[in-house]
Design a protein around this ligand. Structure first.
Ligand code: AMP
Ligand code: MG
Length: 396
């Protein structure tokens, strides 16, 4: 049996980049950028006021200041601010010639309206920042703002809008098919008969992929019949780059998936991985297609999709994906009996940031996942995590 790290390496080495397409900048969240993006302008493009207030000369702060004009955002100033003068200015407006400081409206007192309708103000504060955002302080013309290969999210949309980049080259999502195996399965809208259960894996996998933006194709339930399984796998592979199926790969009499894949000309790279849950995990390739066989038990298939399949999907988009990890302390000692496999355990994080085990009866216990905030790895050879020991929580 190979280690999880070996399994990950074997599969990632086979990944093929899916190609590039051009999409609108509003739709980029979840996509991997396939081009460098440079700014077409300085940002801000002019010295701009950060406050509503009065633009003046710092050396005049002690004087009464005559207001010479009102400068609105979007309309350039007409006058130069000279000694004893100021211009009323709005946030986002251009700083007028001569001024080096904007005093906040809250720090000013109106001391009179002149005969020509010009008013006079006085600074009442003790000190003031310049309150100016200087031209190019955020970004300069030509500067790289987004680098090819990054995973885009909603925070990148305003950057693309700022630099006027409305059509973007991104890597295509690989096309993914989903298949469940098992004669005992019925679809969730049906009432299971005796010895039947509802198909949870397919919908869990569809939802996991949907969360990263992938719209997968669902092919239904293959009963544990070799010919039916072959027909359904072969249909799915004709239409998709990657097939993710669940069940039918362990040691049972009716676990036909590995033999069927071989009969279709695919090479099974592995069908067991030293991970818990998730030992019956398969990866096969051939004819430019990839198959992940996930364990039948839903917690296992959830974990394996997160840990093994997702990095592969991102690799097909030319991105080395690594989810964030929180290094937090265990609230109590946690133990396990066997340590011959890498184990992942569902955990909860309390308000102090301490990590607790959640009730977990094993790989069919989907309710434990919904009670968890994250999962933690326990490496091969380790049976005990001590109270207060740091653990790496991968948030769910
Ligand atoms: P298998 O790997 O096919 O032997 O399945 C292992 C366990 O997972 C069995 O108890 C199956 O009934 C269960 N199982 C398999 N596929 C699914 C599924 N799609 N949804 C829920 N449970 C499943
Ligand atoms: Mg089965």
């Amino acid at each position: 049996m190979i280690t999880f790290e070996e399994a990950l390496k074997i599969s990632l080495n086979q990944a093929v980049v899916s190609g590039i397409e051009t999409i609108s900048f509003e739709e980029v969240a979840g996509r991997v950028l396939a081009e460098n993006i440079n700014s077409d302008m300085d940002m801000p493009p002019f010295d701009k006021s950060a406050m509503d207030g009065y633009a003046c000369r710092r050396q005049d702060l002690a004087l009464n200041l005559e207001v010479i004009e009102v400068i609105r955002a979007g309309i350039p100033p007409l006058m130069t601010v000279a000694a004893g003068k100021c211009a009323q200015i709005m946030t986002g407006a251009i700083i007028p010639e001569g001024a080096d400081t904007v005093i906040k409206v809250e720090d000013c007192e109106m001391i009179g309206v002149g005969s020509d309708k010009q008013s006079t103000i006085r600074f009442t504060g003790e000190k003031t920042a310049p309150n100016i955002c200087y031209r190019g302080e955020d970004i300069k013309t030509g500067e790289l703002v987004l680098e090819a290969g990054i995973l885009l999210d909603t925070r990148h949309v305003p950057i693309l809008a700022t630099v006027g980049k409305v059509f973007i080259d991104v890597y295509r999502f690989p096309s993914i098919g989903i298949l469940s195996t098992g004669t005992e399965l019925v679809e969730p809208g049906e009432i299971p008969g005796p010895s039947q259960i509802r198909n949870t894996n397919a919908y869990q996998m569809i939802a996991q992929l949907g969360k990263i933006g992938i719209d997968s194709d669902y092919y239904g339930i293959a009963t544990d019949d070799e010919d039916i399984t072959r027909k359904m796998i072969s249909d799915a592979l004709n239409n998709n780059d990657i097939l993710i199926l669940s069940g039918g790969i362990s040691m049972g009499e009716f676990d036909f998936v590995p033999a069927v894949l071989q009969s279709l000309g695919l090479n099974v790279a592995f069908k067991q991985v030293a991970i818990q849950p998730g030992k019956p995990t398969l990866f096969a390739t051939g004819n430019g297609k990839f198959v992940f066989g996930l364990p039948g038990n839903p917690v296992s298939s959830y974990f394996i999709l997160e840990l093994l399949v997702k990095p592969f999907i991102y690799k097909c988009m030319n991105h080395d994906w690594a989810p964030p990890v929180l290094r937090l302390k265990a609230a109590r000692q946690m133990t396990r009996k066997k340590s011959n496999r890498l184990s992942w355990m569902p955990v909860r994080i309390d308000r102090e940031g301490l990590v607790h085990e959640v009730e977990y009866h094993g790989s069919a216990h989907i309710f434990s996942l919904s009670a968890a905030d994250g999962i933690i790895p326990v490496p091969i050879g380790k049976t005990t995590i001590e109270e207060g020991e740091f653990v790496d929580v991968r948030p769910l």
